[in-house]
Design a protein around this ligand. Structure first.
Ligand code: GAR
Length: 209
């Protein structure tokens, strides 16, 4: 059984998609051992508690020094002894050591088709605002492994979503979540938990694709 830790900052709809997929048997051989938030009021924590999953908050606001927060965050992750760390809308710069210690064992969901609209400053609604400002006709979501860079790790799954002329950032964000994020994030976990992911020359592939 793959032990998964999910890290969140907000509403936790991606966490919910993972919980639902586990309940429906769309993710097998995996369980969520714990949920970690950097925000005390993140609704994702309520979702975790509702599902009977240990949930903790490690907030930078509780630490005078960034290094102390980094240490506490790493300790919180380690305490669940995860096989896989899933960043599901975790909007915090990760401690270097966390990235290093969980290399090839940490994935992130990004609300665009990387490498477009990724990197520093591209998170949440801002991504969709930029996609609309650029007049893109297609956008989507990406699940990638996390490396030392920002949104630069090997891509595991992507799904495209149509952009409509009438879209607002909020409308587009919702469509990207429904049609892409909530599909490919659970799928990625299921691929990993069933040993169907291979690393090859710095790239990553799903065995059945
Ligand atoms: C999601 O859209 C996710 O792709 C995005 O934050 C949102 C979290 O929503 N992540 C990023 O922008 C990371 N760069 P949720 O809390 O409802 O799952």
């Amino acid at each position: 059984m793959l032990r998964v830790v999910v890290m969140v900052s907000g509403g936790g709809t991606n966490l919910q998609a993972i919980l639902d997929a586990m309940k429906d048997g769309k993710i097998t051989n995996a369980e969520i051992s714990g949920v970690i938030s950097n925000k005390k009021d993140a609704y994702a924590l309520t979702r975790a508690e509702g599902a009977g999953i240990p949930a903790v908050c490690v907030s930078p606001k509780d630490y005078a020094q960034r290094e102390d927060f980094n240490e506490a965050l790493l300790a919180a992750v380690d305490s669940f002894a995860p096989d896989l760390v899933v960043l599901a809308g975790f909007l915090v710069i990760l401690p270097e050591l966390l990235v290093k210690n969980y290399k090839n064992r940490m994935i992130n969901i990004h609300p665009a088709l990387l490498p477009s609209f990724g990197g520093k400053g591209y998170y949440g609604l801002r991504v969709h605002e930029e996609v609309l400002a650029r007049g893109c006709k297609v956008t989507g979501a990406t699940v990638h492994f996390v490396d030392e860079g920002c949104d630069s790790g090997p891509i595991l799954l992507q799904k495209a979503v149509e952009v409509k002329h009438s879209d607002t950032p909020e409308v587009l964000q919702r469509r990207v979540m429904e049609e892409a994020e909530w599909q490919i994030l659970p799928r990625a976990i299921d691929l990993i938990s069933n040993g169907k992911v291979v690393f090859e020359d710095g790239r990553v592939f799903a065995k059945d694709m």
